[in-house]
Design a protein around this ligand. Structure first.
Ligand SMILES: Nc1ncnc2c1ncn2[C@@H]1O[C@H](COP(=O)(O)OP(=O)(O)OP(=O)(O)O)[C@@H](O)[C@H]1O
Ligand SMILES: [Mg+2]
Length: 493
């Protein structure tokens, strides 16, 4: 199947999102679609699959002009879309999710679980992924849910597969598996649109790349005819300079101390210190227990035992409210769950947690609040039509920026950041790193959980590595190498 999109225009109200985008897809190629948060990547694919209607432009499939009736029609015609935001029913089992609207019935008209299970198992084996088919999806990891979406898509025998940030929540092993599957699909002539902010993945996997910026397509090239710097420049429209800003703060003294923190079976006997003004990177394979440790520290999850001290004073954190009172802040992995209130405006989301510092609501206070939220939104390059629009109208990456902005406003003493730059484009990433530097200069201590090794190495003063729920090593910046971190992360000494 060969697809050509030409001169695509789309506006949401007065917000012109696409202003003449060209995109073409050849049979059996992996085609990367890159661009800053809000550039219009997801929207373009939503138009291809008729989730949104285009305002102007043409789409041809195998040379014939085509407009699908809706997403289902697109899928019936061989175009399957794995969305950026998970589309999983949490109270159904994985198996039920896999066969939603596509249940297999036996000759008596009853749902044939056995047959469905067999097909699902076969598909899982083919891909080399073990999914707990009978488990309720909501109790599975985000990675497993993501994998469920991918398997569901693979069961459609698509000729064109659109993957919007598919690896954001996957473990390294799952990611490798996915790449193997993608290569197999390419051999069988399936075309893949691959949307990702991870440059290494794009350069390792894709045949061609289209870069979008501000609603237009800037370039389409074979991957062999471009490079990292060119792509970044085309995406951001300017040179970025060095990727990680220099750390200027010299961390000193123990500010926070965690002793023997345990929550079985997730992690055990976790002890570490955090200095004032320090960025402590937390590395490890996905599933090692890093997120669980952070959630327990913050009081989202319980702890079996262990103590937390702030400047020698013991903290008693049983719920997030306690943590916030003690001066802790957290940016969670899953913004949909805990990060933002989607129906509230961008302004309200950024200013909400800091409402105390802006109260009482006099006229001047309201103006200060407005200035602050505008300043943060501009600084992090939140692409928005108006600050009064709901967060739900923002692109995925821009929602993540709102989460970060909101916590900066609170001014915590210790900031826990779990995968802070996941799904964020290179330009805004750089801005977030600079913001982290500024925070530490003001004496804030940061714990940064990240699966992005270059980021961990580039930003951390020290790196704590977690392996199977235990601290397997703490490395100083000057000794830190990718190899050493990986060795600890996989249980080596
Ligand atoms: N349903 C909608 N209603 C209003 N505005 C929307 C809607 N969907 C997208 N937009 C706007 O369109 C623009 C492009 O969004 P889109 O989701 O396509 O970006 P993206 O390139 O996929 O970004 P990201 O990398 O963050 O996922 C954004 O400015 C967003 O606010
Ligand atoms: Mg998107």
């Amino acid at each position: 199947m060969k697809i050509e999109m030409k001169g695509i225009h789309k506006a949401f109200g007065s917000n012109k999102v696409l202003e003449g985008v060209d995109f073409d897809l050849k049979q059996g190629e992996i085609h990367a679609l890159m661009g800053e948060n809000g550039a219009g990547k997801s929207t373009l694919m939503n138009i291809l699959t008729s989730i949104h209607k285009k305002d102007a432009g043409t789409i041809t499939v195998d040379g014939e002009e085509k407009e699908f009736l809706n997403a289902k029609d697109a899928e019936d015609n061989g175009i399957t879309f794995i969305h950026q935001e998970l589309n999983i029913w949490p109270n159904l089992t994985i198996l039920e999710n896999l066969f939603l609207d596509k249940e297999i019935k036996n000759k008596f008209g009853f749902i044939d679980r056995k047959a469905m299970e067999k097909i699902a198992r076969e598909k899982c084996n083919e891909v080399g992924i073990d999914l707990p088919l009978k488990r309720v999806a909501g109790s599975c990891s985000v990675g497993q849910q993501q994998m469920t979406e991918i398997i569901r898509a693979l069961m459609t025998d698509a000729k064109v597969l659109i993957m919007d940030e598919p690896t954001a929540a996957l473990t390294e092993r799952e990611t490798e598996k996915l790449f193997e599957v993608m290569k197999k699909l390419r051999e069988s002539n399936t075309a893949i649109v691959y949307i990702s902010h991870r440059m290494e993945e794009v350069f390792a996997m894709c045949d061609r790349i289209t870069v979008m910026r501000d609603g237009i397509s800037v370039s389409t090239r074979p991957i062999s005819e471009t490079n990292y710097d060119t792509v970044v420049k085309e995406m951001v429209g300017r040179e970025l300079g060095s990727y990680y800003p220099d750390r200027t703060t010299v961390p000193e003294g123990t500010f926070l101390e965690v002793r023997g923190l345990t929550h079985k079976p997730f992690f055990e006997d976790v002890s570490f210190e955090l200095k004032k003004g320090e960025i402590l990177g937390v590395a490890g394979l996905m599933g090692a227990g890093r997120t669980e440790i952070m959630r327990s520290i913050f009081g989202i999850d319980k702890k079996d035992s262990g103590k937390i001290f702030m400047e020698d004073r013991e903290l008693h954190i049983d719920k997030p409210g306690d943590a916030i009172k003690d001066g802790l802040g957290i940016i969670t992995e899953d913004r949909k769950d805990e990060g933002v209130i989607l129906d509230f405006s961008i302004h309200d989301n950024i200013s909400l947690p800091s409402i105390d510092s802006f109260a009482p609501k006099t006229f001047i206070r309201a103006k200060e609040e407005k200035d602050f939220t505008m300043m943060m939104a501009e600084r992090l390059r939140v692409k928005m039509a108006s600050i009064n629009n709901p967060v739900s109208s923002l692109s995925g990456g821009n929602q993540q920026k709102v989460v970060i902005a909101k916590w900066v406003g609170v001014g915590p003493k210790v900031m826990i950041m779990d995968e802070p730059t996941r799904g964020i484009d290179v330009g805004a990433k750089r801005e977030i790193y600079e913001l982290m530097n500024e925070l530490t200069e003001r004496g804030v201590s940061i714990i940064m959980v990240s699966s992005d090794l270059p980021e961990v190495l580039g930003m951390s003063d020290r790196i704590m590595v977690i392996h199977e729920g235990r601290v397997s090593g703490i490395i100083n910046k000057k000794d830190a190498t990718q190899e050493l971190v990986m060795r600890y992360a996989t249980g080596g000494k």
